[in-house]
Design a protein around this ligand. Structure first.
Ligand code: AMP
Length: 436
């Protein structure tokens, strides 16, 4: 063993979720009770919509992600945590849509149900520059509706997404909406856009110049003010899409109106990959101004399955949402803060004589469903009372040899200060905890 002590810290861009709110590299990290709250609301809303959970591995074959997310994307070209063992290439998943589609195809889930409605919650990894709302290990939840080409599925996915946020007390998000049309509309739009931008190439950033060649749609997404100005007069995708696509988009908007989902249309909203078609949307909140404002994004990806080797087209639509940004938005909104579950009863032991009795009694109460706490370090009665306060226990009982001999004790309500006698049986104590 070396004499110099080494200390370790979590990797930059990753963080620990502790029982209480904490801070990591200057960012506030919500405590685990808030994470559990978010996860339980997600599950509850998914249940209401009949969306069932899928859990896929954290590691996937690199070629799946390269194909499924797209070679030209930032994610694949520079943000993958990829590694090799033997002659297999692995990647820590940067998103979950491609893995879910892989699982759908691998297990022939289309044979079980015409439309598979699946959701996931879990970590994703991208080697981005860490900042507020942007991490290297972050967490997403999302839903994928696989097997329906109907615009109803898009409307339901968007309503489902907004219901999760409403359920968490963040009502004032904005859905930005656009249509990308079908693939047939894409080439003529792309060449019109390239023609329009050709004389202005020198004004474009290096990224946009690269995109102009590899992935021109993504230029529409630029945040660069000069480029945005330039795009004001650029050809619009909407003038290139088919009547069918336009009709479909109108029906989607009509349905969203009927569902009470407010949205704004944004002709510059795109998803940069060829397999995305028709519906595209993003959920934004003003609460994260100065951080990352995109809470969630999604759309229809009818061509992904074939990209991943399916013999027939499998129409699909879905969304992915970031949990870190959601928690930041909840904090900004002062949405219900969540704390640990409080103990029902703290058993304070007066002296060692009652220790075995106390350990057993607490054990039985716990088995019977009560939340019970007991001092584990043999502290004084006073220190145990302080601890009972710290845990915000609803009731406290002090037990020593007198109580164990008589089989009776006094329970004190920490809220009202009231005390009452109780028989020291599991039934009597449970009854008291339940009624008060
Ligand atoms: P995307 O798959 O890029 O459309 O991301 C979907 C959502 O995941 C975004 O709207 C964010 O809320 C979240 N997200 C994406 N990348 C990160 C990241 N590096 N850190 C935290 N959240 C992220």
């Amino acid at each position: 063993m070396g004499s110099k002590r080494e200390s370790f810290r979590s990797i930059k861009g990753t963080f620990d979720v502790l029982p209480e709110e904490s801070s990591s590299d200057g960012n506030t990290i919500a405590g685990s009770p808030s994470w559990r709250h978010v996860e339980s609301v997600v599950r509850e809303v998914m249940d209401r919509y009949g969306v069932r959970e899928i859990r896929t591995p954290i590691i996937e074959p690199t070629p799946l992600i390269a194909r499924g997310v797209g070679q030209t994307t930032d994610i694949v070209s520079k943000e993958m945590f990829a590694f090799e063992r033997g002659d297999t290439q692995y990647v820590l998943r940067p998103e979950v849509t491609a893995p879910v589609m892989r699982a759908y195809l691998q297990h022939n889930l289309g044979q079980q149900r015409a439309v598979q409605k699946l959701f996931y919650i879990g970590p994703c990894f991208r080697a981005e520059r860490p900042q507020r709302g942007r991490y290297r290990q972050f967490h997403q939840f999302g839903a994928e509706y696989i097997g329906s080409a109907n615009v109803r599925a898009d409307a339901e996915v968007i309503a489902l997404m907004t219901d999760v946020y409403a359920g968490l007390g963040i009502g004032d998000c904005t859905v930005r909406l656009n249509t990308l049309g079908d693939v047939d509309a894409r080439p003529s739009f792309v060449s019109a856009l390239q023609d329009y931008l050709a004389p202005h190439v020198s004004a474009l950033s290096e990224t946009s110049r690269r995109r102009l060649e590899q992935n021109p749609l993504r230029i529409l997404d630029t945040k660069n003010p000069v480029e945005r100005e330039l795009l004001v007069d650029a050809p619009r995708l909407s003038s290139f899409i088919s009547d069918d696509s336009r009709d479909r988009y109108d029906r989607l908007k009509e349905m969203l109106d009927a569902l009470g989902v407010t949205f704004v249309e944004d002709p510059f909203l795109v998803r940069g990959l060829d397999y995305y078609t028709e519906t595209a949307f993003e959920l934004e909140t003003a609460a994260l101004e100065g951080a990352q404002t995109a809470l969630a994004g999604g759309g229809r990806y009818d061509l992904l399955a074939e990209e991943l080797g399916a013999r027939q087209p499998v129409p699909a639509t879905g969304f992915a949402a970031g949990i870190e940004r959601l928690l930041l938005a909840m904090k900004a909104h002062d949405a219900r803060t969540v704390t640990d579950a409080r103990p029902d009863l703290f058993v304070v032991l007066a002296g060692d004589d009652a220790a075995t009795w106390g350990v057993e009694f607490v054990h039985q109460l716990r088995r019977a469903g009560a939340r019970c706490e007991l001092d584990l370090s043999g502290r004084s009665v006073k220190a145990q009372m302080r601890e009972a306060n710290r845990t915000r226990s609803r009731f406290v009982i002090v037990v020593g040899s007198t109580e164990t001999a008589s089989g009776e004790g006094r329970v004190r309500s920490m809220e009202t200060g009231e005390e009452q006698n109780v028989r020291l049986t599991v039934e009597s104590v449970r009854k008291l905890l339940a009624t008060s």
